[in-house]
Design a protein around this ligand. Structure first.
Ligand SMILES: CC(C)(COP(=O)(O)OP(=O)(O)OC[C@H]1O[C@@H](n2cnc3c(N)ncnc32)[C@H](O)[C@@H]1OP(=O)(O)O)[C@@H](O)C(=O)NCCC(=O)NCCS
Length: 380
């Protein structure tokens, strides 16, 4: 049919390599994840989300001076605050608008206020990436307050990105454990090679479109339940099961019904996702502090049954929601939180794509008609 017909079709682009990249490496058989060569286990133990954004964007760990300047830029009120007109715009949205819809709309609107909107140079894209990473937590928290009829909390430049987000959500300074847990969750979600949302962001960037457009594409792709939306679905499932004593039978029935169990399986990992163990540990610590580990008990029973029965293992989305729920965060905010972190990866990939660009334009294996005869409307 076409030149493309000579190439074997790979459904879902499974294992298809579309580009070189220096940003992220996944070993799906050993369960390893590296950002710029650094094992994510080491970053979780020693780094911060702010430092990880520097690593992803600039390709190296910062010096003390570089890190201080970077943290200052990410924390400044000028970069964190939302334009008042955007807050007015948010107030016009129906209260039932989901946080992910608000984030997609809000990020798109932020480009209208961005002084560098029309500039696609590397320097301007870095400035916009800093602003977007600083603004997205404010946007997520502002909607949480608006939809609950509460006053919007202004960002506090003295707090880390994680601490400030939890503060803007609740109006109260978060505990050290909550801040640390949240920061680790952000580190773990910051990048993941050519996942669907990052690929979407790169496809958009490859048309020489701008970083806001790439991030909006990423948010749209992340929203679906087969990708970032899975963490919300996991918690809805746990809320349905409610009682650990019922978890075993519930999950066996779901498997017998051939249901797709959210929070399990992965296109690349053939073993447990290396991020899951960290989130499980933190969710357990937070649950113990909050006085209930029921959610973790249910998830553990599910993990045992699903792994043994299907040989598919927990992914990043299985335990993150339990950690967020222990902090009092609403279930439908889990995926926006994922986006607040993944914006770091999207921006890194957009910068890399722009640095060595070629339009991404694959082919389809055409299976439609080839000799259709046009029948005028009046004769149909
Ligand atoms: C992540 C995911 C989309 C990867 O999908 P994929 O690589 O396209 O794999 P497939 O959907 O082709 O699944 C391969 C097989 O495993 C099964 N499978 C994969 N994930 C499964 C899950 N979570 N629950 C039940 N069965 C699953 C499929 O039914 C299929 O079985 P079959 O060959 O007997 O039909 C998939 O594992 C999934 O839907 N997981 C749940 C959603 C989720 O947690 N997403 C977040 C990912 S980080």
């Amino acid at each position: 049919m076409s030149d493309a017909a000579a190439n074997p079709l790979k459904a879902g682009l499974e294992d298809v390599v579309v580009s070189t990249s220096d940003i992220c490496f996944i070993d799906g058989h050993k369960g390893r994840l590296l950002y710029r060569g650094f094992d994510v286990d080491d970053l979780v133990a020693q780094s911060t989300f702010e430092e990880v954004t520097y690593l992803l964007w600039y390709g190296k760990l910062p010096s003390r001076k570089e890190l201080d300047a970077h943290v200052k830029a990410l924390s400044s009120t000028a970069n964190r605050k939302l334009p008042p007109k955007l807050i007015t715009m948010l107030r016009q949205l129906p209260k039932k608008t989901t946080p992910m819809e608000v984030l997609r709309t809000g990020v798109s609107a932020l480009s209208a206020f961005d002084p560098d909107a029309a500039d696609n140079s590397r320097e301007a894209t870095l400035r916009k990436s800093i602003r977007l990473t600083a603004q997205m937590p404010t946007l997520v928290a502002a909607w949480e307050r608006i939809r609950r009829g509460k006053p919007v909390v202004a960002p506090n430049p003295k707090l880390s990105l994680s601490g400030n987000f939890l503060y803007m959500m609740t109006g109260k300074k978060p505990t050290e454990l909550a801040t640390k847990t949240f920061d680790v969750a952000l580190i773990l979600h910051a990048d993941h090679e050519f996942n669907a949302s990052t690929f979407a962001a790169r496809v958009t960037a490859a048309t020489l479109s701008d970083v806001h457009s790439g991030v909006v594409s990423g948010i749209g792709a992340l929203k679906g339940p087969l990708h970032g939306g899975a963490n919300e679905q996991v918690m809805l499932m746990v809320q349905k099961i409610k009682d650990p004593a019922k978890a075993d039978a519930w999950i066996r029935q779901a498997l017998a019904d051939k249901a797709r169990i959210m929070g399990f399986g992965h296109r690349v990992y053939r073993v447990e996702d290396p991020r899951a163990k960290h989130l499980k540990r933190l969710a357990l610590e937070l649950g113990q502090q909050a006085g209930s580990t029921v959610n973790i008990q249910i998830l553990d029973i599910m993990a045992g049954v699903v792994s043994a029965a299907k040989h598919i293992f927990p992914n990043v989305d299985l335990y993150s929601g339990a950690a967020y729920a222990s902090m009092g965060i609403s279930t439908d905010q889990f995926t926006p939180i994922f986006a607040m972190s993944r914006v770091a990866g999207w921006a890194a990939h957009i910068l890399e794509q722009h640095g060595n660009n070629r339009l991404i334009r694959p082919r389809s294996d055409y299976t439609g008609a080839t000799d259709a005869k046009y029948v005028p409307l009046a004769e149909r």
